[in-house]
Unconditional design. Structure first.
Ligand code: FES
Lengths: 349, 125
């Protein structure tokens, strides 16, 4: 949580996550180089530079594939949430691996030329106007530029400065980057690869991204709109909310509220965390505070304020009972507004 | 075309550099109270500002004129995310199928035939 912007906020979990990531990348690159080398021979002269180029290129592709799977997996099954926790470091590392791939490529193809490699790439590989022979490097470059934008705007400052929705819109570019990476891989490596193993791994990974996104999309579209009663929206039986947990109510459009139970007190806040708009309603109440499932920001249920010294605030909503039915106000209060909790006895066990 | 592209990139980058100087020395303190007195993280922002300076200028003026709507910060772009995800899900199989179709050798290459050997045998007879 940000009181002041210190360079990076580290804790044990992040070290662990990053360490596992780094080890995986290192092992992959080493194994690839080891296995790739015997393929080279007099008839198939592949030298070390090409193998390294491919090792980093395929590694970046697979990392991007995993990143793209984390979002829908966490939506489909809560057990994948921990993967989401430090996804930003994953993204930055992917950018670095992709950049290493590009540096190898440029050094290889433009090694003996006196123009700068970047200028060379931009000026020599012009499109021939047909799909076959279309310079697949352009797709790779597009993906790299997007990864750079995402990596450079990954600091929390950008979230606060751009606001989470704008930041998220910008980061939707990851989908474009992945499509470009698939095209880069499919029109490049796939065109002359002779070893089906990698085709199947990478192609299968890409298909999995596709299937997971469809599945998560179908699951999300299944939750319908609640019945409106003018200024109020009907929620239903309040006793179904388990203690320390919430239910999520769709208000209108993109707006969702989370109604939390803390003992016999019910409070409603925005479902979107002030940090990265994580789904607060999927979190829990810990130490009396609503705790975001993504990165652990906390808010008091009654006023949506983060406990001191933190300063984040989220909007709150009025609640009322009509008979046994719980209703929530369709209009939110400004972030940080105090609303007295509604007392509703817990369901008898 | 290549050279024009390079000129455009250079001009864009130079403007980005100017915006970065103005923003990091002056703008940040005005619009981000959390950043006052924190300097170590600022160099980290340089590449982002250079790449995205039009967006930075736009947000800067929104915050400067206090036009930021607090409620909007809690409406994540779910719709657009769903659209992007669905388009990606469709695009992937299409790209893969097209790439396999235009492959000269079909999905997998046939093992190489050794034609050399026959001719050497003939020659030795
Ligand atoms: S989204 Fe990061 S803590 Fe909630």
């Amino acid at each position: 949580m940000s009181v002041k912007y210190i360079p990076v906020q580290w804790n044990f979990n992040k070290y662990f996550y990053d360490l596992v990531l780094l080890i995986c990348v290192a092992v992959y690159i080493l194994v690839f180089i080891r296995i790739g080398t015997p393929e080279a021979g007099v008839t198939r002269p592949i030298d070390g530079a090409i193998i390294r180029m491919r090792a980093f290129g395929t590694c970046a592709f697979l990392m991007l594939t995993v990143i793209l799977c984390i979002g829908p997996l966490a939506r489909l099954d809560r057990r994948f949430l921990p993967l989401l926790y430090n996804r930003r470091h994953f993204g930055v590392l992917t950018f670095l691996v992709a950049l290493t791939h590009v540096v190898y490529v440029l050094n290889w193809y433009y090694a003996f030329s006196d123009i700068s490699p970047v200028v060379g790439l931009l000026t020599t590989s012009e499109t021939s106007g047909q799909l076959l022979g279309f310079p697949f490097e352009w797709f790779g470059m597009l993906a790299l530029v997007i990864l750079a934008i995402l990596a450079f705007t990954s600091h929390d400052f950008w979230l606060a400065f751009l606001s989470a929705p704008v930041w998220k819109r910008l980061h939707l570019l990851i989908y474009v980057a992945y499509a470009a990476a698939v095209a880069h891989f499919a029109l490049g490596y796939l065109q002359d690869a002779t070893n089906p193993f990698f085709m199947i791994v990478a192609g299968g990974g890409a298909v999995m991204v596709s299937v997971l996104h469809l599945a998560a999309g179908l699951k999300a579209s299944a939750d319908g709109e609640q019945a409106h009663k003018g200024e109020w929206i009907e929620v239903g039986d309040p006793t179904v909310i388990p203690d320390g947990r919430a239910i999520i109510v769709r208000i209108k459009g993109n707006e969702r509220a989370a109604i939390f139970r803390n003992g016999d007190a019910l409070s409603a806040v925005s479902n979107a965390c002030a940090h990265q708009n994580g789904p607060l309603g999927e979190g829990r109440i810990i130490d009396g505070c609503i705790t975001c499932p993504w990165h652990g920001f906390q808010y008091r249920p009654e006023d949506g304020c983060a406990p001191a010294p933190f300063t984040e605030k989220i909007p709150t909503y009025d609640l009322r009972l009509e008979g046994d039915t719980l209703l929530i106000a369709a209009k939110a209060h400004p972030p940080g507004t105090k609303v007295d909790p509604l007392t509703v006895p817990e369901r008898d066990a | 075309m290549g050279n024009a592209l390079i000129t455009i990139i250079q001009v864009y980058g130079a403007l980005g550099g100017l915006v970065a100087i103005a923003f990091l020395f002056w703008g940040v303190d005005r619009i981000a109270p959390d950043a006052r007195g924190a300097y170590v993280f600022r160099p980290l922002l340089i590449p982002g500002v250079v790449l995205l300076w039009p967006l930075v200028l736009w947000r800067w003026q929104v915050l400067e004129r206090e036009r930021d709507v607090a409620q909007r910060r809690h409406k994540p772009p779910r719709r657009s995310q769903d659209v992007f995800a669905a388009l990606l899900a469709l695009a992937i199989p299409i790209i893969l199928v097209v790439a396999l179709l235009i492959r000269q050798q079909g999905p997998f290459e046939w093992p190489a035939q050794e034609i050399e050997q026959a001719s050497t045998e003939e020659a030795s007879q």
